[in-house]
Design a protein around this ligand. Structure first.
Ligand code: GAL
Length: 694
């Protein structure tokens, strides 16, 4: 992490787009100070501004920016410019342009469209990165390397295809082995020469998963190519790249092994009509994932919008209080850095209407600018938490790209709402655990499970014998392993396990046999009836219902409709000194919550009992715990705080005893109340900024 004593606060900043108007650049720094910014990410798409023709460098504007920042006590997250390649480079070396899935080489438009394999592009990136590192190695403003931007996507060019073949040779050693792994006799797909292997064939599901693995590895090795000169010349400066949450093609568990620190871009879309707490718990899920990538340590928000975005179908404004809450929510979840996209709205281009700290109007009187200043002040009061790892949760939930890719690539299981049934299963279980008042860490499938009381593996569709054994051993050593529908269908090559689901050998561990699986119509539901913890549970299941036969497990709930009525759907099995539990259908929310409440009670897990959508989080701080209390709802909620005294961030007033939480309320405890109160004073920016039309 960039070293700092307070939460770093800033934005993506594009001074190179304003060189024609130097007054704006001077003013930017003054405005940054007004919102209590500490930092900015500079140069993300600036390659042509840095190198207008091959080998000709124009660093003057960046020198000036770096100097101006240092002079004003601000630091720079210096970007490598690989997120968008110069036009001249695309012309000179067409091979650096991506080839799409239809085999067409793409033009040089848009961005994020380089071939990750091209040696020419890799060399060019290493060259410009070396120049940047040499030039700014000793600059006091340099705090962090921001590698490229949201690296992702696929390229199907001949270079990538050859590299894929080499990758496959490494993995399988021989074509016989590959054909076996891919069940290639199906539809006559047996390969007799490596060169025959395509990059896409949806009918070969083993190939699909391997292609995703390969592309992910190419991105990781591209990142390493980028970082090599930076690490050589500036070993003291950490490297990060901005991730995109649960983006499909990027197995960030692998990326995090090579990065120095973790950063994420997150854009929860404002929707004031729906159950807002669901969306907020969805953000908690992503934040917990980041904390997982960071090994439980603090991490960064590299991008969020201070208000609306411009790329959604409906680009709503964030309602008052929402943004402040989202930022504090991230800090409560371990973020030590909060940056925006974007500092100032550009006058042209695709993102001219995207939310920004500084609007086209350019002044300090707008609602968003004032809110950003307020956020900056609140973040200052949260300095005691900086650099301190949040406490570990009692429950670990596994998020596994391999299982997701295998499920995605298999025809049969019904597609999820967004084609991502796997992530839906993970988020729903996370949300239910949190609604039951239980804290959750997100971990990789190869994590050390021993510090946890419970490990939850939603829809772990593909798994190796080794993973199955590790999880079973965790249970037999006294832990509780909770698995759900779609567990253990295929191996790591996406070939079905023989001997009955769940495989491999998990039939005994879970004490049941999953004979078949029913995929329901969107509007279909089956009834589920359970009786546990003195609770009579009547709920529904949708989408996926497994037809299960107990083989030693205790039935906690059964299906009550359909031809498989009476068959078990929630089961529990003793395993060694611990137990396994299985939820064989996609339950309605209340079903999951009831199950996890039951489990938490049975295991005596630490948990909080709060109204729906009210969240209390504790982060360890230098002077003791810092507590956050949020109302994620758009409506008021009554709450009894007892003897606890919090400060309402919106007005700086102390709250204790019986209180009414306002919509999107955020309360703090354990930071200096005077700081928090000061934070809440209305922002006074009486001077109207007068920018000449450019
Ligand atoms: C991100 C991207 C930024 C900006 C932002 C707009 O995905 O990294 O450059 O485009 O979206 O929301």
């Amino acid at each position: 992490m960039p070293s700092c004593e307070r939460v770093l606060y800033g934005a993506d900043y594009n001074p190179d787009q304003w060189l024609h108007d130097p007054a704006v650049l001077l003013e930017d720094v003054e405005l940054m100070k007004k919102v209590h910014a500490t930092s900015a990410s500079v140069g993300i798409f600036s390659w042509t501004a840095l190198e207008p023709s091959p080998g000709v460098y124009t660093f003057d504007w960046l020198d000036e920016t770096m100097d101006r920042f240092a002079k004003n006590g601000l630091v720079v997250f210096l970007a490598t410019p690989s997120g968008s390649k110069p036009m001249w480079m695309s012309e000179l070396y067409p091979e650096i342009r991506r080839v799409n899935a239809h085999g067409q080489r793409e033009p040089s438009g848009g961005r994020h469209n380089h071939c990750p394999t091209s040696p020419v592009y890799r060399q060019a990136v290493a060259r410009i990165n070396r120049e940047l590192a040499k030039r700014y190695a000793k600059h006091p403003a340099l705090a962090l390397w921001h590698i490229g931007n949201e690296l992702n996507g696929e390229c199907h060019c001949p270079l990538c295809k050859n590299a894929f073949h080499d990758w496959l040779k490494q993995r399988y050693g021989s074509l016989e082995e590959l054909n076996r792994a891919w069940w290639a006799g199906f539809w006559n797909h047996t390969f007799t020469d490596w060169s025959q292997i395509p990059t896409i064939d949806k009918s070969i599901d083993g190939l699909c998963v391997d292609w995703l693995r390969f592309m992910n590895d190419q991105h990781v090795s591209f990142l390493e190519t980028e970082m090599a000169p930076l690490r050589e010349i500036t070993p003291q400066v950490p490297c990060t790249t901005n991730m995109m949450g649960t983006n499909r093609g990027t197995n960030y568990w692998k990326w995090s092994k090579t990065l120095d620190c973790i950063s994420n871009d997150i854009y929860p879309l404002p929707d004031d009509r729906a159950d807002t707490w669901r969306k907020s718990l969805g953000s908690d899920f992503t934040h917990s994932l980041m904390r997982g990538f960071a090994g439980g340590n603090p991490w960064m928000i590299m991008e969020c919008s201070p208000s609306s975005v411009n790329w959604s179908k409906i680009n709503k404004l964030k309602r008052p209080g929402v943004h402040l809450q989202e930022v504090m929510q991230a800090v409560a979840n371990g973020a030590d850095v909060v940056h925006y996209f974007q500092w100032r709205k550009g006058l042209g281009g695709f993102e001219k209407f995207h939310g920004a700290v500084v609007d086209h109007e350019g002044g300090t009187e707008g609602r968003v600018f004032k809110e950003c200043a307020e956020v900056g002040r609140v973040l200052r009061s949260l300095s005691p938490v900086v650099g301190i790892a949040p406490a570990r949760a009692p429950v670990a939930l596994v998020y596994d790209w391999e299982a997701r890719w295998a499920l995605d690539s298999s025809a049969g299981p019904k597609a999820g709402t967004y084609g991502d049934r796997y992530t839906e299963a993970c988020v729903e279980n996370f949300r239910a655990l949190r609604s039951a008042g239980v804290e959750v860490d997100l971990v990789a499938v190869d994590a050390d499970f021993s510090p946890y009381r419970v490990v939850v593996t939603p829809a772990l569709y593909s798994l190796s014998t080794e993973t199955a054994r590790r999880l079973a051993d965790f249970a037999s050593a006294g832990g509780t392993w909770v698995a759900t529908y779609l567990t253990g269908y295929v191996d790591t090559n996406n070939r079905c396990w023989r001997g009955g689901f769940p495989g491999p050998c998990l039939r005994e561990v879970f004490g049941f046999w999953n004979e078949e699986v029913d995929y329901l119509f969107d509007d279909e539901k089956v009834l589920v009836q359970g009786a546990f913890s003195g609770l009579d549970l009547l709920t529904e299941a949708t989408d996926i219902v497994e037809h299960i036969h107990a083989e030693g497990a205790t039935t906690l709930a059964t299906v009550e409709s359909e031809f498989y009525a009476g068959s078990p759907i929630i089961l529990r099995n003793d395993w060694g000194m611990g137990q396994t539990c299985y939820i064989g259908a996609r339950l309605a929310e209340e079903g999951y919550v009831a199950f996890y409440q039951h489990l938490a009670k049975e295991l005596d897990l630490p948990r909080l009992s709060l109204p729906r959508g009210v969240v209390r989080k504790t982060r360890l701080g230098a002077d003791g715990p810092v507590e956050f209390l949020f109302n994620y709802n758009r409506h008021e909620v009554a709450l009894d705080l007892g003897e606890d005294t919090f400060v309402r961030v919106a007005d700086g007033k102390p709250c204790r005893g019986k209180i009414t939480l306002r919509p999107y309320d955020s309360l703090l405890k354990g930071v200096r109340v005077s700081d928090a109160a000061a934070a809440a004073k209305p922002v006074s920016h009486p001077t109207r900024h007068e920018l000449q039309p450019s």
